[in-house]
Design a protein around this ligand. Sequence first.
Ligand code: ADP
Ligand code: MG
Length: 686
Amino acid sequence: MRPDVLNPLFAEVETLPGVGPQVAKLLKRLDITRVVDLLYHLPTGVIERVRAKAAHNSLLGSNVILDVIPMGTREPRSGRGPMRVFASDADGNTISLIYFNNPGWAKKSLPIGEKKTVAGKLEAYGGEWQIIHPEVLPPAQGAELSIREPVYPLTEGLTSKRVRELAAAALERTPDLLEWVEPSLATREAWRTWRAAIAEAHRDPGTEDSRRRLAYDEIFANQLALVLLRQASRRKLGVPLPGTGELIGKLKLPYSLTGAQRRVVEEIRGDMAQSAPMLRLLQGDVGSGKTLVALMAMLTAIESGAQAALLAPTEILARQHHATLLKELDSIGVRVAILTGREKGKARESVLMGLADGSIDILVGTHAIFQEKVAYRSLGLAVIDEQHRFGVSQRLLLASKAERPPHLLVMTATPIPRTLTLTQYGEMDVSRIDEMPPGRTPVETRVISDERLSDVIDGLGRHVSSGGQAYWVCPLVEESEKSDAAAAEERARVLRQRLGDEKVGLVHGRMKGPEKDAVMGRFAAGDLAALVATTVIEVGVDVPNSTLMIVEGAERFGLAQLHQLRGRVGRGSGKSTCLLVRGQNLSETGRARLALMRETSDGFRIAEEDLRLRGPGEILGTRQSGDVAFRVATPEDVAELAPVAQSDAQLLLDRDGGLSGPRGQAARICLYLFERDQAVGLIRSG
Ligand code: ADP
Ligand code: MG
């Protein structure tokens, strides 16, 4: 239950004076539905205004406050073009006040002959003075206009003035909250109270201290939730799985482990030998060999008499993992099964039985493997090949369900910047594979304009006729799976004309699982020369013979995504190429981003850059789930403040009595303010 003191803040915006359905709809476009959202809709800067008697050259480009008298209007012609109101200032200059929408409003607010105060940027155009979309006030109110005015992010139809008023109304409703910041920290940073900081951030966005405090609050709520999660996950004992080395000894690998693989396997086995359940994040760039590490961990579990589960993000990947494991493990007597949404009827029944009686050692699958009805005889280890889809809330669920929680290994293919690791996986220990398997030749990356698409297709033709295989990734078309699929089908049609019908396969999100698998299978077996695909995930597979990656509309992908895609080639020892085909109207940033791809294959550098350019939600794919969506905190804040917040959260639990101690009440309010309710729920149930 949310603390009562927060109720006014979580009330809907419609409860504010003057907010009807119309305004509410506009606010929703800015993601503002509740009073608290308005509080956190902070101005991004201030404009400085000049009070002027009349227009003057020296004022050009300035924001002026000016008294004028409207003299006439020019209506938009045939519904197009702006509405103009011609007004006269104290010196008799004519100033045209221009409105691109809502001509009725402009006419009503600026009646001819009635003195008004207008505020806006003074410009000269075609020898005339003009102000576009000025604010209009009666002179009495105009006299009160402040010289420094906060500027809010807006949407069409909502004026800055309106948002300012709404923010003021929201502030009026805002109570003082108990202080959750640790007193010595608050003193050291000279932070104001939460309420004072919010008020100041609206009034004067330039004040860094207030903004930083607000950033800290968010990060603290996040870190506290993760520390609580860790505590709850570890409160229940797991089963120690020290392993015997017997199965691992029997494994016949065509190569030896890299030093990095060896090291992380040791870290993992060290954790698994303990009775406190492992919570470990395995980071390794694409192609660094995480699957093998997962295999070692799973064998360790089985050696100790437990079962292991491997969760893949997609059907295709699940099947690929299943095939790989079967190949390696069948000969040493380890029994591997697969369960996805597609196993139905008898097949599903037999898997469920095998899990329950222990005749299955490893279960590979998609989310189906952690469903309610799936009962393991002794699940000792859960491996999550994440590809950024298994968020905090899902981990919470997994931890809270089991009587004796399994050891948990989360593998991420994206090299996540350190700053994000803490906020997204703060409850976990981290292992890194920082070395690639030997014998890889770096992928050559080239950026090509789509004007040269036919050259690209020629190149593909040559590649294929010399026996090579290639991926062709089609651009993401907005959000719609339907148009993605259509674009990919069209591309496949063109390539088939060129390479022959039987040489080109197509996978997209609208196809059924078995269809996709069949195509993937033929590509992996070398029967298809080119694979056209729509999304990153469809090609998240390992086909070492495929050494050419073509990405169309490359500028529409995130850098981390491009890096993932490129990682699909360069897996064998042959030379590989990645062609990034770009559109023609590329922004400066767009160019810079693609240039970076050409310049480096360092996944961490690319991820840092992506974070800087696109924000954390995009990288982690958590926009929807809202796991790491900070409203105030920037990546820099996170880098600086997350470690502080983490130790503060730890302090709260270790020294200050946790959520039920004296500071606990405030901390609880903070958790609820940022909607980390689940963390609180977990504490209750634990
Ligand atoms: P990722 O970390 O992206 O999941 P994979 O586990 O798919 O990477 O491994 C990429 C490729 O490298 C696979 O073809 C795998 O067989 C190979 N590989 C893994 N470890 C080694 C190693 N130590 N030496 C040589 N090749 C390896
Ligand atoms: Mg992998």
